[in-house]
Ligand binder design. Sequence first.
Ligand code: DX5
Ligand code: ZN
Length: 217
Amino acid sequence: SRTVKLAPSILACDFSRLGEELSAIAGADYAHVDVMDGAFVPNISFGLPILAAARRASALFMDVHLMIERPERYLRDFAEAGADGITVHVEATQHLHRAVQSIRELGKRAGVTLNPGTSLEAVRPVLADVDLVLVMSVNPGFGGQKFLPASLERVRTLRRWLDELGSEAEIEVDGGVTPANARALADAGATVLVAGSAVYGPDGGAAGLERLRAALI
Ligand code: DX5
Ligand code: ZN
């Protein structure tokens, strides 16, 4: 089976110690950066200056998840602030191909994502044009929510569609990922697992990351 990449979400870390919290997950594959605007989702997290600070503090691949309305307005800014990959929601833009194309023109890895209540068909038209599809396994807006089990079947369906296309795009899963469901997600075809609260627990990011990795062996 494939090696699964791990992408801790810094949303769950202690922002007053951002540099140390990033060092704790230096062994991860990506740092997942959750940007929320208080409009697309009912919460505000952080934006460009925090991404820029994370970029200065860490050499990790910055996997930026934009939970913002009309993300096309800010793609260049996020690219310049240090994003390596940018993922946009199908529900947030009127022109999905254009947004994906813009990300690629900026030289960044282009991702597309959808809420758990959005039909998978919504991403199908862009599958051949993206580097990553993110399956939201909670309704976005907050860390620490419960994994929606129907997400597993969505991962399987996407796996089939990408294989049919001969696409090498990553399948990332975000929301409620824990050592208890990581193996099942990998078996369903996920190649990147995001985890916030399961990584940044009471014993710190390095230990949390290790527990997740152990669950995948
Ligand atoms: C949810 C965010 C997630 C979140 C995951 O809106 O997109 O990335 O930080 O947190 P956990 O792993 O705690 O569900
Ligand atoms: Zn996220």
